[in-house]
Design a protein around this ligand. Structure first.
Ligand code: C2E
Ligand code: CA
Ligand code: CA
Length: 726
């Protein structure tokens, strides 16, 4: 549409300039006409005067009465005078006309110049507006989904080809310096000959190496893409570049440049250059975030399933695989066995030789374990000094052999402390077999725990399994537990505690998170961590959330009645509540009843729940937002998919999983992870909350990363009442 208005503008310009030209022409004609007419009049007068003067001279020779003669001569002179006057007046008039004409011409010219300038400015703005609109259209169409981020190179190609009609350049390129390597991606906007491509490659590589400060012999990694299949006959003698650097890559320790290259035969107009720059600014955004995201994504992907210290898989992965293995073995009628290993008196190693030594012990144990496993078996580290192993298609006897072998190999490793002392470690192992000992995941885990416990009881350094008579009672205890919780909910013995969340910059309380507490009949309180699993499992989540919400809003009202500003509250939502959606109406009604603005409420949604059903989640959140509530993604970092959701679902806050935060000073990887998450959220305009801030040092490190808010035992414990914000 804007292209058309530009066309109209140009037409109008031509039209007006044409009118000006014809005005000039007619003015010049009038002027010439006037000059000719007055010339003609003057000539006629001159002739007439000459005639009269000739008659006059003739008359002088006649012999007539001198008086009459004088009278006649005076008559002639009198007749000539008006002609002469008329001539003088005409000359004056003409002079005046000419002056006016020149003045007019000056004015006209001025108007014409002004018009020309205004119209070209106008066409400039139209182009800019047009570009801005296109740019924002393109930006809108660029949704950095998980899939696009990981395939960003193809994504760029897609964007370029949708743009190619307005591309007056020949190549588009992106370059990154990574560990002294140069990666160069070249997109050809035409079908060039191999010579031209080679020249382009060489020129780009040379320039990028220089611009990114790499050594001249830096290894090159070039990838090329053909965007448009136009044949091109232009020779490109010399290549000119327009480059832009990709910012925010320092997040992932990358330096990058991108730009376009064009042959010198093509002179770029100012507008073309502005087109190119606007496209480049779009590309910088796409490339920068894609690259940063895909980097962090793959890191997270790795660390979401691996233990950073030993490189073994982690507890989450173990849980997933155990689930999977139960299903698989059921279908195929296989047996399999789970081993749970716990190092004996490992705490003493840490206490005596220090944590670095303890870490190195864990690493060596992991290596040995890994070497002892068959392919297809899975060794994982599921806790500090706890390891779990799945032996696929292995029954009790086979598993005993493996366990025995492991136990002896581990006790034979000779460890060395930093001061040169050697020591050994023994291991206790619990063993449980599917389906002989247990038939589901939960029973398997209970069974293996019982085995491990018995091995420890029997004096450590041993292997133990379930006695055949042993019953697994977890189901039953859980059911009893659920009954107890149901009663507690009914008796209003489940109440909210409030943990303050601090603003890292001002140091003041920014909000509180409500955390459910169970008050036992004897007055003792139990943390949510003790019962939340049972609550969710027995479908009590909805009731819990409503009780907490109602009590928390009543507490807020109370605060406000005492003259405080409405305190901001972060409230946990259970998966069930999200499924049900009824919470919306409930929360809205409570806000009305208590006269509390919904903007004071931030609902926390666990990452694993957000990942469930995307379409549903999007609708749920947009309904929440419509009502004025905000929301936070809880335990962020514990599942890698969340980047996609983060962007798509527009969370207001992200709470970075405390398991990473509490470790940032001990683990470089956790540090990098939290820092990357923080930068990513900053890039996406999402506020960050770090949980489990357990020391001043951690707080300082978080502040340095630019984390917005902090929560944790170091700052304040969960308390039975809201604190005032100053
Ligand atoms: P969460 O939402 O991640 O809450 C943080 C948990 O970490 C709380 O445990 C809190 O007491 C604890 N915590 C706070 N600061 C620190 C710290 O510095 N270090 C350590 N190690 N822990 C810290 P809590 O209260 O036992 O809650 C456990 C989980 O139960 C919560 O995890 C949340 O997912 C769930 N939950 C709690 N209250 C509710 C509720 O009202 N409704 C629902 N649906 N879930 C709740
Ligand atoms: Ca929470
Ligand atoms: Ca959390």
């Amino acid at each position: 549409m804007n292209a058309i208005s530009n066309l109209n503008l140009e037409e109008m310009r031509q039209h007006v300039l044409g009118r000006f030209a014809s005005l000039f022409e007619s003015q010049t004609r009038t002027h010439l006409f006037a000059a000719n007419v007055s010339e003609l009049v003057r000539n006629i007068h001159a002739e007439a005067i000459q005639g009269l003067q000739a008659s006059f001279r003739q008359m002088a020779g006649f012999d007539i009465d001198p008086d009459k003669k004088a009278q006649f001569m005076a008559g002639i002179e009198q007749a000539i005078t008006p002609f002469m006057r008329l001539d003088e007046t005409l000359a004056l008039l003409l002079e005046e006309r000419k002056r006016q004409w020149q003045q007019n011409e000056k004015n006209l010219l001025q108007v014409m110049l002004e018009f020309d300038q205004i119209s070209s400015e106008l066409s400039g703005t139209l182009i800019e507006k047009d570009l801005l609109e296109r740019q924002s259209n393109v930006l809108e169409s660029i949704i950095l989904s998980h899939e696009k981020v990981t395939q960003w190179k193809a994504f760029i190609q897609e964007i370029l080809s949708s743009f190619h009609s307005i591309f007056p350049f020949n190549f588009f390129f992106i370059s990154f310096a990574e560990k002294n390597n140069l990666s160069l991606y070249i997109y050809y906007l035409n079908n060039y000959s191999e010579e031209i491509r080679t020249a382009a490659r060489m020129r780009l590589a040379r320039d990028m190496i220089a611009s990114l400060g790499l050594p001249a012999d830096a290894p090159l990694d070039i990838e090329e893409f053909q965007v448009v299949e136009n044949d091109c006959c232009d020779d490109i003698n010399e290549i000119n570049l327009i480059t832009v650097s990709v910012p925010s890559l320092e997040v992932v320790n990358l330096a990058g440049l991108l730009g376009v290259a064009y042959g010198s035969a093509q002179e770029l107009t100012v507008q073309e250059e502005s087109v190119i720059r606007s496209i480049l600014s779009v590309m910088v955004m796409v490339v920068g975030s894609s690259k940063a995201l895909s980097r962090t994504l793959s890191e997270l992907e790795y660390y979401s399933t691996h233990d950073p210290l030993t490189g073994l898989h982690n507890r989450r992965y173990f849980n997933e695989m155990l689930d999977y293995e139960v299903g698989r073995s059921e279908r195929h009628n296989h047996e399999f066995t789970v081993l749970m290993l716990d190092l004996d008196d490992f705490k003493d190693v840490n206490d005596t030789y220090g944590h670095p030594c303890g870490d190195s012990v864990l690493r060596q144990i992991a290596e040995t374990m890994h070497a002892t496993m068959r392919k297809g078996d899975l060794a994982t580290r599921i806790g500090g000094d706890e390891f779990a192993i799945i032996l696929t298609e292995t029954g009790r006897e086979g598993a005993m052999v493996v366990a025995e072998k492991l136990r002896t190999e581990l006790r034979e490793i000779s460890f060395e402390s930093s001061d040169g002392k050697t020591f050994h470690i023994t291991t206790s192992i619990g063993l449980v077999t599917f389906p002989g000992d247990a038939q589901n995941v939960s029973d398997l885990m209970t069974g293996v725990d019982i085995g491990l416990y018995r091995a420890k009881e029997l004096g450590k350094d041993g292997i133990a399994m379930l006695e055949s008579t042993e019953r697994i009672r977890t189901e039953r205890t859980n059911r009893d537990h659920a009954e107890k919780l149901r009663d507690a909910l009914k008796d209003e013995r489940i109440i909210p505690y409030y943990q303050p969340i601090f603003d890292c910059r001002s140091g003041k309380i920014w909000a509180h998170e409500t955390l459910a507490r169970l008050v036992e009949p004897n007055g003792e309180t139990q943390s949510a961590g003790m019962f939340i699993e049972t609550i969710e499992k027995y479908g009590l989540g909805r009731e819990l959330d409503r009780v907490i919400l109602r009590k928390a809003l009543a507490a807020m009202r109370h605060c406000m009645d005492e003259g405080s500003e409405p305190p901001r509250l972060f409230i946990n939502l259970s998966a069930q509540e999200i499924q049900g959606r009824g919470i919306l109406g409930f929360a809205e009604q409570l806000c009305l009843d208590f006269d509390i603005p919904p903007s004071a409420i931030v609902f926390e949604i666990l990452e694993r729940d957000a990942i469930g059903d995307m379409t549903h989640m999007r609708k749920f959140l947009s309904n929440l937002r419509e009502k004025g509530f905000s929301f936070a993604l809880d335990d962020f970092g514990s599942g890698y998919n969340s980047f996609h959701y983060l962007r798509e679902l527009h969370f207001d806050y992200v709470k970075i999983d405390g398991a990473f935060v509490r470790n940032i000073l001990n683990s470089k990887i956790d540090y990098a992870l939290v820092r990357n998450l923080s930068h990513l959220c900053q890039d996406l305009g999402i506020l960050t909350v770090a949980e489990f801030v357990e020391s001043q040092e951690i707080l300082e490190a978080l502040k340095a990363m630019g984390i917005d808010f902090a929560q944790g035992f170091h700052l304040d414990m969960p308390l039975p009442r809201l604190k005032s914000s100053d």
